[in-house]
Design a binder for this molecule. Structure first.
Ligand code: ZN
Length: 202
């Protein structure tokens, strides 16, 4: 909500960010106000640029500045296995383990029957299209479902395995080690890397 008061506007804008309450929003607003102008300029420019320059990879829906992301264009990455994750932060977490040399598919959400989020609300269709249209040298033999072991993460994994198995592709799920109900992006490197190597077929 825009008002005539620029400070109120900034506080309102900060309050819309996740994990930021009104008190923190006020603190941030007054901090920015008291800093030299270049901080405000840098912040404003970075915010505008991230929205205008970053889009979704045409192949895997990862965030990218070009048409395809750096993982999809990397010839050293194994095109035969695709790791399906909820969001870009999960992709980053798995990349940090250094354990996975395949490619990804980013769903940008999870299926949540309770919240009315269905397969059409996340990027499932793109995965299906991708499997049906890949070139011969990019044939996919395994889909690793690396969603969090939460209710929605399990619902999504189950849906995907039922959808993908008839295509004749092996579908695996990352092993436990990730606490039930836990968030993938907060798992430590060793736990996540073990979960990946001990994945099982579903
Ligand atoms: Zn990509």
């Amino acid at each position: 909500m825009q008002t005539d008061d620029p400070i109120t506007n900034l506080i309102n804008a900060f309050s819309r960010l996740p994990g930021i309450g009104e008190r923190t929003a006020s603190r941030l607003a007054f901090f920015v106000l008291n800093q030299p102008e270049d901080l405000a300029t840098e912040l404003a420019e970075a915010l505008v640029r991230v929205k205008s320059e970053v889009g979704l990879c045409a192949k895997c829906c990862n965030l990218t500045q070009g048409e395809l992301c750096r993982i999809c264009v990397d010839p050293k990455r194994d095109a035969a296995s695709i790791c399906v994750v909820e969001g870009p932060t999960d992709l980053r977490a798995i990349e940090r383990t250094g354990e996975f040399r395949g490619r990804y598919h980013v769903l940008h959400g999870l299926i949540s029957p309770l919240e009315g989020i269905g397969p059409d609300d996340i990027h499932v269709k793109e995965l299906l299209t991708r499997l049906q249209t890949t070139d011969e040298d990019e044939e996919v033999s395994e889909i690793i479902i690396a969603t969090s072991p939460s209710v929605d993460g399990e619902a999504t994994a189950l849906y995907l395995s039922r959808l993908l198995k008839p295509i004749g592709v092996k579908v695996t799920r990352i092993a436990s080690g990730i606490p039930i109900g836990g968030e993938l992006e907060y798992a430590d490197r060793v736990t996540l890397s073990r979960a990946l190597t001990q994945r099982r077929e579903i």
